[in-house]
Design a protein around this ligand. Structure first.
Ligand SMILES: [Zn+2]
Length: 396
């Protein structure tokens, strides 16, 4: 059996079916969601394998999702985005509801805007764009190098260039900052996203961000972070929202950063799990632990590099290893982008490549400065609607 998924753009009036848009509420669980929509919990949860059940735990509050209903208001399809690459697809097939994970079809656009400051970068970006996310990434990117509170004057200018993903015609997921410029006291300050995925200032010095240590010293990485991966044997889409470190049972696990333990107990397929809350909405998770170190319990403050537990194979695990996750405001991010011991100064070939990239960015920045590029507002959602069509075909 082969299935085809096609995304089309239509005006809703053409179809008897219509799309409704919802928001995942704070504290809402997948099971509550099924019950609220009168969907069968057995087919759509209890009969799923453990991996798919784990995926349903990835829904985050504030996420927008779509339900396609027929003219009798019965649910035909639901799309629940889990991260920016994978989504749960619930659909009706021969009167039964089915569950599957499928890739998200998205497009990425590079966007830019200019604004002058009357109050603070946070206030004026929010005023210009209406986007808390854009304000947040701008402010946090300069956080360690500039003091916006004392050094900002009215009339200072800023430009931001970033990548925004769109799904079903709407922006979704965190934008990726590519370059930001702010002028303070007639001096321009920059941050550039380099090809290595890290941020540098105009002198090719890495901008200090959130620094994490490797959670198991000297261990080999046995599985990398991926938001979606096609499993060739199981024939389905899966996600691995962490990094696995292979190590002998009993090897010490250290806190990747300083913070407060918010969980030190068993948790389903994670087995023995520790969660540490850090500054700025970061959280790290350490799973499949053999045991916790004495004195490690919920509420305890730990320092970066301190031993907190020992490698094991509890929960759903095939052998001793540490499954390590990094989350920011609940969302899984690739820890290897953040795990580093020191900040970097680019040299030689790397520096040359960066300077070339910087030159291109600087030209764009100047263009937006001269044009005073305004933020482009999008048409409201109601004017268009996307319908996700499903065709089935028997293949012998
Ligand atoms: Zn893992």
């Amino acid at each position: 059996m082969i299935r085809f998924f096609i995304l089309f753009l239509f005006t809703t009036s053409i179809f008897a079916s219509h799309v409704e848009r919802y928001r995942w509420n704070n504290g809402e669980t997948y099971l509550v969601f099924l019950q609220n929509h009168n969907l069968p919990v057995r087919e759509l949860y209890y009969n799923l394998d453990k991996d798919d059940q784990r995926l349903t735990e990835e829904m985050r509050s504030g996420i927008h999702y779509q339900i396609l209903k027929d003219k009798k208001e019965d649910i035909e399809q639901i799309l629940l985005p889990l991260n920016d690459e994978l989504q749960i697809h619930i659909y009706i097939n021969k009167k039964n509801y089915k569950f599957e994970a499928i890739p998200i079809i998205s497009t990425t656009k590079t966007e830019a805007f200019y604004t002058t400051i009357t109050s603070s970068p946070n206030y004026n970006i929010l005023k210009e764009t209406g986007s808390k996310k854009l304000a947040q990434i701008f402010v946090s990117s300069f956080k360690h190098s500039l003091n916006f509170k004392n050094d900002i004057r009215k009339g200072d200018e800023l430009v931001m260039i970033y990548d925004q993903k769109y799904r079903l015609g709407e922006p979704f997921s965190m934008p990726t900052l590519k370059v930001a410029m702010i002028e303070m006291h007639h001096k321009k300050h920059f941050i550039y996203l380099n090809d290595d995925g890290r941020y540098y200032d105009e002198k090719a010095h890495e901008v200090e961000g959130f620094l994490l240590a490797r959670p198991v010293r000297g261990a080999r990485i046995s599985s990398y972070f991926t938001k979606r991966r096609w499993h060739p044997v199981l024939h389905k889409w899966k996600a691995h929202l962490g990094v696995d470190y292979a190590a002998r049972r009993g090897t010490p696990v250290i806190a990747a950063g300083s913070g407060t333990i918010i969980w030190a107990s068993r948790m389903g397929s994670y087995g023995n799990l520790i969660k540490i809350r850090h500054n700025d909405g970061y959280e790290t998770r350490y799973a499949h632990l053999k045991s916790f170190r004495k004195g490690i319990y919920r509420g305890k403050h730990v320092k970066k590099g301190q031993t907190i537990a020992y490698v094991g194979t509890t929960g759903r695990s095939t052998g001793p290893h540490l499954h390590f996750e990094l989350r920011k405001r609940g969302r899984a991010i690739n820890p290897l982008r953040v795990v580093q011991v020191t900040t970097k100064k680019l040299k030689g070939k790397e520096k040359k490549a960066f300077i070339k990239l910087k030159k291109n960015y600087d030209q764009s920045i100047n263009l937006h400065l001269n044009n005073k590029t305004a933020y482009k507002k999008r048409p409201p959602f109601e004017e268009m609607s996307y319908i996700h069509l499903l065709e089935e075909k028997n293949n012998g």
